[in-house]
Design a protein. Structure first.
Length: 435
């Protein structure tokens, strides 16, 4: 005669074993650290050329930790004071506190950042991030913009302006800058008071995509930098990765399952797999396929990262005030038409900032400055030199005065572009999806 109690215990043991194995697998694949990770070779000091333009990238100053970062700030200030006029400083969002504090407190944070760039010869741009939208009111989100206009500082602005989602700047004949308020895109508009009231021309996500596509097409043959708070690629905590301690909190296995469910289900709107955020990542990465010389620079993650996928490069520098764990690894962006793989090339859960240099031959490199050792830097190649032969079009000459070309009557019979297939699949009408 079988013992029901013993069978019950065996069943529980089996369930616990399954949970342990599942949790161990997830933990193995998603555990992040504060250590430095490097997957590509570092550039040597001899790998130099004539720099024609530079971007200094720092984000998350408003997310200050209790530990002072005076040495890092002094290094940053020193780099800016020695920077040439042909350069732009990008504060990649979260430039004010995420706490519900009076504007007088937040304005002090802006003043501190302005003091850092006081002797900077280039242009300074503040991008909005999550903290700038913390009030869920457009008028309060524009306080940084209004404050800078009151100060009337030369070459210092908030872009995009007036609560609009996108702005375009021609840097020179070989380089364009596209500035995006990504929080505008990923937010739940029903919770944002005054959204789009000052920007009637681009008041839908579809119109944003059309505008972005136009700017990318205008920059054919040029290098393009897209600056936006939210990255399209990441291996940081907003992808569901966490430290070992995080996976063990509040209980072993439960912490791992909790983090995985949060990421897969996208309950947190700041997670890369949340619905609107994923839609933004799909749109930007797919549209970027029209130009293989696009680099996205972002904050959001409190770490330093370099990633690439689908011909697009991603630099993350959001740890100017605080730091969080990260890792190297492969990941994907999933859309109706398929997936796009991307991979981490460098990652460090340390406070710091980044510098992106463009050279005369069209190539570029990124240099990371880390608080734990400000006497050394890490530099990596981002773009190869421009191949002039690929830019020139081969226009054939013909003696024919007239030429007849057959045109399809059925628009559905046209071959879909790679962008169309990746974004919408083969049988989806984008008008019905992108409202």
């Amino acid at each position: 005669m079988t013992n029901p109690l013993k069978e019950n215990n065996n069943g529980k043991t089996y369930i616990y074993l399954i949970l342990f194995l599942l949790g161990s697998i997830i933990l193995f694949h998603s555990c992040a650290t504060f250590k430095e990770h490097q997957g590509i070779p570092q550039l040597s000091p001899d790998d130099t050329g004539e720099v024609v333009y530079s971007f200094y990238i720092a984000g998350g100053f408003g997310n200050n930790s209790e530990a002072p970062n005076i040495n890092l700030l002094n290094k940053f200030k020193e780099e800016l004071e020695n920077a040439p006029e042909a350069s732009t400083l990008l504060f990649t969002g979260d430039n004010i506190s995420n706490l519900d504090v009076p504007w007088e407190v937040d304005s002090l944070l802006i003043e501190e950042q302005l003091l850092l760039s006081k002797n900077f010869a280039g242009n300074t741009i503040f991008l909005p991030g999550n903290n700038e939208w913390k009030s869920y009111e457009l008028d309060k989100m524009e306080r940084v913009e209004d404050y800078l206009k009151e100060l009337n500082l030369e070459n210092t602005d908030v872009f995009p302006e007036n609560g609009c989602p996108i702005e375009h700047k021609v840097i020179n004949e070989s380089l364009d800058l596209i500035l995006v308020d990504s929080k505008w895109f990923v937010s739940n508009w029903s919770r944002l008071e005054g959204i789009n009231k000052k920007c009637s021309d681009i008041n839908t996500r579809r119109r944003f995509m059309e505008e972005l596509e136009g700017y990318i097409n205008d920059g054919q043959g040029k290098n393009i930098v897209i600056a936006m708070h939210h990255p399209i690629f990441s291996n940081g905590v907003h992808t569901g990765t966490d430290t070992f301690r995080g996976h063990m909190t509040p209980l072993p296995i439960y912490g791992t399952l909790k983090n995985s469910v949060m990421d897969l289900a996208g309950f947190d709107p700041e997670h890369l797999n949340s619905r609107r955020y994923r839609y933004l990542r799909i749109a930007v990465s797919a549209l970027a396929q029209a130009n293989d010389r696009i680099t996205v620079v972002s904050g959001h993650e409190e770490s330093l990262q370099l990633l690439s996928g689908g011909g697009v490069h991603q630099i993350i520098s959001g740890s100017f005030g605080s730091k969080n764990a990260t890792k190297l690894g492969k990941n994907i962006i999933s859309a109706i038409g398929g997936t796009m793989e991307y991979e981490g090339e460098y990652a460090y859960g340390e406070r710091g900032f980044a510098k992106l240099d463009y050279f005369k031959d069209g190539s570029s490199k990124v240099t990371f400055f880390m608080e734990d050792d400000l006497t050394t830097t890490k530099s990596f190649k981002v773009l190869e030199p421009v191949n002039e032969a690929e830019i020139r079009s081969d226009f054939s000459v013909t003696n024919e005065s007239d030429k007849t070309t057959e045109i399809l009557d059925d628009s559905k019979a046209y071959d879909k572009t790679g962008f169309y297939k990746f974004l919408w699949g083969k049988g989806i009408d984008p008008i019905m999806v992108c409202r």
